[in-house]
Write a protein that binds this ligand. Structure first.
Ligand code: PGA
Length: 245
C-alpha cells in the first residue's frame, strides 16, 4: 500500500480545527504531520493513521536549546515519522550539514525519516538539478551510523521546489520527469560509498486527488508527500480512495 504523508505545515489555527481535519484523514496508509502544538490532540484522535512531526533538532535527549524538540522527545511521545530538510526550512537557512545531523539523530532514535530533497527553478534551468539532488542526498545520508539496521525504514521525498503548490506558478512535475529523476537518484545511491539500494521514494509537489494516481503508479514510488491538499477534507477521502497496492 502506498504511503500518504500529510504535511500540514503551519496549519490549522486551533485544536478544534486540527481535530476536525484529522478525523477526515484517519486512514491506515496516512502519516499525519501536524505542528507541534497539535500532536497531542491528533494522537488522541487517530486510530489508523500514524503520527509524524515536521522537524526535529539533532541534539538531545534534552538540553539548553530554546525552541527545539529532540528526536528522543518525539519518540517518547509516540511520533513514528519525521520530515527532515523540507525546502521551506532550507530556504530559511537549513544547510545540508544540518539536515545530515537531523537525519542521523532520527535514525539513531528509531524514528522513520522522510528526507526531503528538491531543486529550485533556477537550478533546474541552469542544468544543476542532478548536482543539487546528489549533494542533498549524499550529504543528508552521510552521518548515519549503523544504517544497515534501519534500511527498510527510510523515505526520500523528491519535491521539486518549483512544484510546491504555494510557490507562484507552481505546477506538478510530470510523472515521466519524476521517473527520470528517480532513476538518477537510484543510480546516485548505488554509487554512494554505502552502496544503498533500497530506500523508498515519495513524490511531493502539488499532489492532489486528480493527479495522485499518475505518480503512485510509478514503479519506484512508495507514496506521496501532500501539503495543500491534505488540508482539504473533500480531497482527503479521494486521495485515500486512490491508494494503490
Ligand atoms: P504541496 O506541498 O502539496 O502543497 O505542493 C507539498 C510539500 O511542501 O510538502
Amino acid at each position: 500500500m502506498k504511503l500518504i504523508v500529510a504535511n500540514w505545515k503551519m496549519n490549522p489555527v486551533s485544536v478544534a480545527d486540527a481535530i476536525e481535519l484529522v478525523m477526515a484523514s484517519d486512514y491506515e496508509n496516512f502519516v499525519i504531520c501536524p505542528p507541534y502544538p497539535f500532536l497531542q490532540a491528533v494522537k488522541g484522535v487517530i486510530k489508523k493513521a500514524k503520527l509524524g512531526a515536521q522537524d526535529l533538532f539533532w541534539q538531545g535527549p534534552t538540553g539548553a536549546y530554546t525552541g527545539e524538540v529532540s528526536a528522543t522527545e518525539l519518540k517518547n511521545f509516540g511520533v513514528e515519522y519525521v520530515i527532515i530538510g523540507h525546502s521551506e526550512r532550507r530556504k530559511m537557512g537549513e544547510t545540508n550539514e544540518m539536515v545530515a545531523k537531523k537525519v542521523a539523530a532520527a535514525v539513531k532514535e528509531g524514528l522513520i525519516p522522510i528526507l526531503c530533497i528538491g531543486e529550485t527553478l533556477e537550478e533546474k534551468k541552469s542544468g544543476l538539478r542532478e548536482k543539487v539532488l546528489k549533494e542533498q542526498l549524499e550529504i543528508g545520508l552521510s552521518k548515519i551510523e549503523n544504517w544497515k539496521l534501519k534500511i527498510g525504514n527510510f523515505f526520500v521525498a523528491y519535491e521539486p521546489v518549483w512544484a510546491i503548490s504555494t510557490n507562484p506558478n507552481a505546477e506538478p512535475d510530470t510523472p515521466e520527469e519524476t521517473r527520470k529523476v528517480l532513476d538518477f537518484l537510484k543510480e546516485a545511491l548505488f554509487n554512494f560509498k554505502l552502496k544503498i539500494s533500497n530506500l523508498k521514494f515519495l513524490y511531493g509537489g502539488s499532489v492532489n486527488a486528480d493527479n495522485i494516481e499518475s505518480f503512485l503508479q510509478l514503479p519506484d514510488i512508495s507514496g506521496a508527500l501532500v501539503g495543500g491538499a491534505s488540508l482539504k477534507k473533500d480531497q482527503l477521502w479521494k486521495i485515500h480512495y486512490k491508494k494503490i497496492y
